[in-house]
Structures are given as structure tokens and as C-alpha cells.
Design a protein around this ligand. Structure first.
Ligand code: UGA
Length: 440
């Protein structure tokens, strides 16, 4: 099939390359000519394991092209995917829909008919119906149809999540739209990926409900961590024991510095805002608590560091390991790691940050922090090492070697990612979140 993809960000670029990999002819439009040039040259504007390889191989087939002309991408395509961002509005909690609306308008303007517009962006429930109504009121005789097909890919595993998703969700008004989506995803459906076909608002709800659930699961275990800290209990063992219960499951139950990134934080806020607009604010008022628990974890790391230094950060050297909001990503949007680094810097510490991939992005957001290319440089003469993003590189550190490098062998493992016994044996004083048992 011939597909257009509007938006070459994380979602759009990965979706487009995966669709080309599945055999479709895909034309991608992005407003940013620099990004288009980079992608057309086979280079990824972000770090995602396996993406550059997939990009090169699909570009070679000639089935994937990038353009900064909306018309070139849209005209002649059968299906148009809206993959643009829906960031949080400046000074408000609601999602900013201007990119979705302008992508939709571009499609209506340039599409040859008949065709199907498929929304993948995360939007407030009711958006798809509004756009579908606009199509049905269009007097130009356009035979465009709207469907919603939310995306569940995670940064770091985006390709596997797209090619082998846990499920597909088709939000449709008609059988025709369902058939079009089934044709797009034919090979996935043939390989047994479950599909849930539903109406437009339910499909939008699936996405925000899934992200809200994941955020809740993380904040739940982090709330337990808060109690473990005062009750001298151990949240890692608690989490393991809870995870064996098949009704609960072990995933997204890792206590630590909490969630960040461009999705979970803004999605729960946008959901609360939308629920308020719909007169159902009480139904998700707990999401505000989820957000607060999440923010408190960042404060907790700063207060742990403050306790270690007897309340005085001045003249102290702190190495922060990790800047990305999660490992295997160079995304620093709402990164807990950078947030903590910046807070300790503000209190007067000399903070040196290391990250295997995210330094360039971090520098743009927090130019006053010091950045190091090598993790041992960041740790040299440090009075405190804070593990803030659980990259494999940090799990591989030999604590004996690093003990001789730092000024004081003191560690805060803010992700509960390291083997504390080994670190303690190597002479380190170890602090961690939710490990009341360590804080003797
Ligand atoms: C999230 C969802 O997981 C995807 O399904 C969704 O498609 C995506 O948002 C989106 O809406 O676009 P992502 O933001 O890439 O994906 O990252 P996650 O893997 O969900 O992690 C989010 C944050 O939670 C990270 O900061 C991570 O460190 C943190 N986290 C995750 C924990 O603190 N504990 C855990 O147990 C798991």
C-alpha cells in the first residue's frame, strides 16, 4: 500500500521505517528540513537501538522516502498516518493539539480520494470524533475517512514494539476503515498479534488509560518505597514478592527515581485536564497524587544527598550517572536524572554528569552543568556518586576500581540497579531509594 506519515519524530520515523520494512511504500513528511535531510541520508535524529540499521535497509529498497513538502507525501497515498507530537500546553496541563490539527488540515487539502486518515498521536478523548465530524461536514466531496490507531511503542524498544506489539487497537466508524487497517497490518495480524476493534473514543481512551495505569504502577511501588524507608523495610524484595502474584506481575514495578520522558508525565496531566473538561475530574483525581509521588522521589534523592553532606552542598563534587529519562534513549524530556542533577547544582554542589548517549541533548537543556564523556572522568574525586539512569554501562562498573578513583566512596543508587553487596564489599557506603534496611 502507499502510505503517508506526517511527523518524523520518534513515533513517525520508527512507524514509517517499520511500515516500509513490512513492504509498504511510505512517504514521510516533516516540517523540519534538517530532520528530513538527516533521515533521507540514513541518519537518525535520535538514539534508538537498531533504528539506523532499519532506516538504511528500508531506504535502500526505495520504499521509504522523506520530504518537507506535505503535498509530496500526501498526494497519491491511500492511508495517511498522523504521527505528530501532542506536547503539554505552555502554562497549562492540557495537550496542545495544534500539530494534530495542522496535519489533519494538510491531509484534507492534498489527499487524493478516497483515502483513510489514521491518527496515531496520543490525544484527549473526543479529538477523533471532532476530526471525523469535520470530514463529514466537508462540502468539497472528499471521500476521506478517519480512524484512530494508538501507538504503544516505548523508546529503547521501539522497533520490536512496532513489529511485534502486544496488541493493535483499531478505532473505526465503518467496516471499510477496519479493512484498510487490517490490510496495513496484514503481516502482523497473520503472525497472531491480537487486535481490538472499537469505536473512536474507546481507542483514544485505551492509550491514555494504559499510560495512566503504567504511571500508577510505578508510583504505587514508589509510595511503598517511601514507607519502606521509614519502616526499615526493603522495597526491592517487596516488589519481587508482589510481582510473583500473577494478578500483579513484575513489570513496571521497579522502585526508584520514578517516571519521566515525553509521555507518561504529560499524558496523565492531559488526561486529568480532559476529564475535568468532561465534568469527570473526580474519576481520575488520583492521577494528581501519582504525579506528586513521582516528583517526591526526585526530592528524596536530593535530601538523601543533603543528609550525607550534613546539609551543606558547597564545595562538594557529585557525579550523576545518567541524563536520559531512561536507558537506551537520548531523550532528556522531563528527565528525573537531570532534574536531580540541576537541583543539587542549584544548592551549590559541583555536579558532573555522564550519559552514554544523551549528553548533547542534556547540554541544551541544562548548559550550566558539567558534562563528561567518560564515566571515570565524571567520578574522579567525587564526594558522592548518584546512579540516576540504569544504563548497562553503569551496571558493568567495577566498584573496586571506582572506589580508588572517587574522593569518597559514597553511592546513591537511585534506580536500585546495582548489586549492593558487591559495592559494599568494595568499600562503598551505599544508599538507595526504598531500602530502609541499608540506612543503618
Ligand atoms: C511509554 C509507554 O510505556 C509506551 O507504551 C507508550 O507508547 C509511550 O509512553 C508513549 O506514550 O509514547 P516511554 O515513555 O518510552 O513509553 O517509556 P517507559 O518505558 O514507559 O518508561 C517511562 C518512565 O518510567 C522512565 O522514566 C522509566 O525509567 C520509568 N520506570 C519504568 C520506572 O521508574 N519504573 C519502572 O518499573 C518502569
Amino acid at each position: 500500500m502507499r502510505l503517508s506519515v506526517l511527523g518524523a519524530g520518534y513515533l513517525g520515523a520508527v512507524h514509517a521505517a517499520c511500515m516500509a520494512h513490512l513492504g509498504h511504500e511510505v512517504r514521510v513528511y516533516d516540517i523540519d528540513p534538517a530532520k528530513v535531510a538527516l533521515l533521507a541520508d540514513g541518519k537518525a535524529p535520535f538514539y534508538e537501538p537498531g533504528f539506523e540499521e532499519l532506516l538504511s535497509s528500508t531506504l535502500t529498497t526505495g520504499r521509504l522516502t522523506f520530504t518537507s513538502s506535505a503535498r509530496d507525501a500526501i498526494e497519491g497515498s491511500d492511508v495517511h498516518f498522523i504521527c505528530v507530537g501532542t506536547p503539554q500546553q505552555q502554562g497549562a496541563e492540557a495537550a496542545d493539539l495544534r500539530y494534530v490539527d495542522s496535519a489533519f488540515e494538510a491531509i484534507v487539502k492534498h489527499a487524493s480520494c478516497p483515502g483513510t486518515i489514521v491518527g496515531k498521536s496520543t490525544v484527549p478523548v473526543g479529538t477523533a470524533r471532532r476530526l471525523a465530524d469535520a470530514l463529514s461536514q466537508d462540502r468539497t466531496g472528499s471521500q476521506l475517512e478517519l480512524a484512530w490507531n494508538p501507538e504503544f511503542l516505548r523508546e529503547g524498544t521501539a522497533i520490536a514494539d512496532t513489529l511485534r506489539p502486544d496488541r493493535l487497537v483499531f478505532g473505526v466508524d465503518t467496516d471499510t476503515a477496519e479493512k484498510v487497517l487490517a490490510e496495513v497490518y496484514r503481516s502482523l495480524l497473520d503472525s497472531g498479534v491480537p487486535v481490538v476493534t472499537t469505536d473512536l473514543p474507546t481507542s483514544e481512551m485505551v492509550k491514555v488509560a494504559a499510560n495512566s495505569f503504567l504511571a500508577t504502577k510505578i508510583s504505587f511501588i514508589n509510595a511503598m518505597a517511601e514507607i519502606c524507608e521509614v519502616a526499615k523495610a526493603d522495597v526491592v524484595t517487596l516488589s519481587r514478592a508482589l510481582g510473583y502474584d500473577q494478578r500483579i506481575g513484575p513489570r513496571f514495578l521497579n522502585a526508584g527515581l520514578g517516571f519521566g520522558g515525553g509521555c507518561l508525565p504529560k499524558d496523565i496531566r492531559a488526561f486529568s485536564a480532559r476529564a475535568g473538561e468532561l465534568g469527570a475530574a473526580d474519576a481520575v483525581s488520583f492521577l494528581r497524587e501519582i504525579d506528586k509521588i513521582n516528583q517526591r522521589r526526585r526530592d528524596r534523592v536530593v535530601s538523601l544527598a543533603s543528609n550525607i553532606f550534613g546539609g551543606d552542598f558547597l564545595g562538594k563534587r557529585i557525579a550523576v550517572l545518567g541524563a536520559a529519562f531512561k536507558p537506551d534513549s537520548d531523550d532528556v524530556r522531563d528527565s528525573p536524572a537531570l532534574n536531580v542533577a540541576a537541583a543539587m547544582h542549584l544548592k551549590g554542589a559541583a555536579v558532573g554528569v555522564h550519559d552514554p548517549q544523551a549528553i548533547n541533548n542534556a547540554k541544551k537543556q541544562f548548559p550550566t552543568l558539567s558534562y563528561y564523556e567518560h564515566v571515570d572522568e565524571a567520578c574522579r574525586a567525587a564526594d558522592l556518586v548518584v546512579l540516576a539512569t540504569e544504563w548497562q554501562d553503569y551496571r558493568d562498573i567495577d566498584p573496586r576500581v571506582f572506589a580508588s578513583l572517587v574522593g569518597q566512596p559514597v553511592l546513591i543508587d537511585a534506580r536500585n540497579a546495582l548489586n549492593h553487596e558487591v559495592w559494599i564489599e568494595a568499600g562503598w557506603k551505599v544508599h538507595a531509594l526504598g531500602r530502609g534496611n541499608l540506612e543503618e
